[in-house]
Design a protein around this ligand. Structure first.
Ligand code: ITT
Length: 213
């Protein structure tokens, strides 16, 4: 089949799909969302690269809401945001909502966390993903939260994924996120769990919006 035909078909397909702007500038998250949405009738598009939202909330849910509303209003589109992070029991829940601000890059964040936990036996931790979908005018439509229990390893293991993946070992599987296949992270990960909670509401939202448009 000629290239031109393929591209025009892809365009036609996207025109039937609901446009959803992904309010994230984290490439790792963006890859996971593309994978999660791959079978849905949704045209997932990136937010404007230069648009920055200050995360002033005290909880994952508040920050997800702040990001989804800001990007929805900025783009006049349905928008989805994810605020996520790692809460470590021995550190009183830190880094928590400050997971992104814990250090300047993934490697430094991992190094700091391993340093803070040196000599500590109880390394239990959990990952949270709060996901929010906001309407074109910034009304909150769907909010969900997924949690995965695990522990912080002594040293990094695995080379897949992003962020804290190499040091977060999932209790039920005994391997780190960075050692998992995409499917395993989707099935056992905090983001996949949150996504499954919103799927039914999202289906309804898409059906309602296409029947009224
Ligand atoms: P956006 O707000 O633009 O989406 P961000 O990186 O600032 O990107 P958050 O505020 O939600 O995202 O911060 C979450 C932090 O936790 C960040 O450092 C991520 O890399 C990390 N993180 C989130 N989900 C993760 C996952 O599935 N695996 C490993 N690290 C993750």
């Amino acid at each position: 089949m000629g290239k031109g035909i393929c591209i025009s078909r892809m365009k036609a397909d996207n025109s039937h799909k609901k446009r959803l702007v992904l309010a994230s500038r984290n490439d790792g998250k963006i890859r996971e969302f593309r994978n999660l949405f791959s079978s849905l009738p949704v045209n997932l598009v990136s937010q404007p690269k230069t648009f920055e939202v200050e995360e002033t909330g005290n909880t994952f849910a508040e920050n997800a809401r702040i990001k989804a509303i800001a990007v929805a209003k900025e783009t006049n589109s349905l928008a989805i945001a994810d605020d996520s992070g790692l809460s470590v029991k021995a550190l009183g829940g830190a880094p928590g909502v400050f997971s992104a601000r814990y250090a300047s890059n993934d490697q430094a964040r991992i190094a700091r966390l391993l340093y803070e936990l040196e000599g500590i036996n109880d390394r239990s931790a959990y990952f949270t993903a709060a996901i929010c979908i906001a309407s074109e005018v910034g009304q909150v439509l769907i909010e969900v939260e997924g949690v995965t229990q695990g522990s912080i390893t002594l040293t990094p293991a695995g080379n897949r994924g992003f962020g804290y993946d190499p040091i977060f070992q999932v209790s039920s599987l005994g391997i780190t996120y960075a050692e998992m296949s995409n499917k395993q992270k989707r099935d056992f990960g905090h983001r996949g769990k949150a996504f499954r909670l919103l799927e039914a509401s999202l289906d309804k939202l898409i059906i309602d919006s296409t029947s009224t448009s």
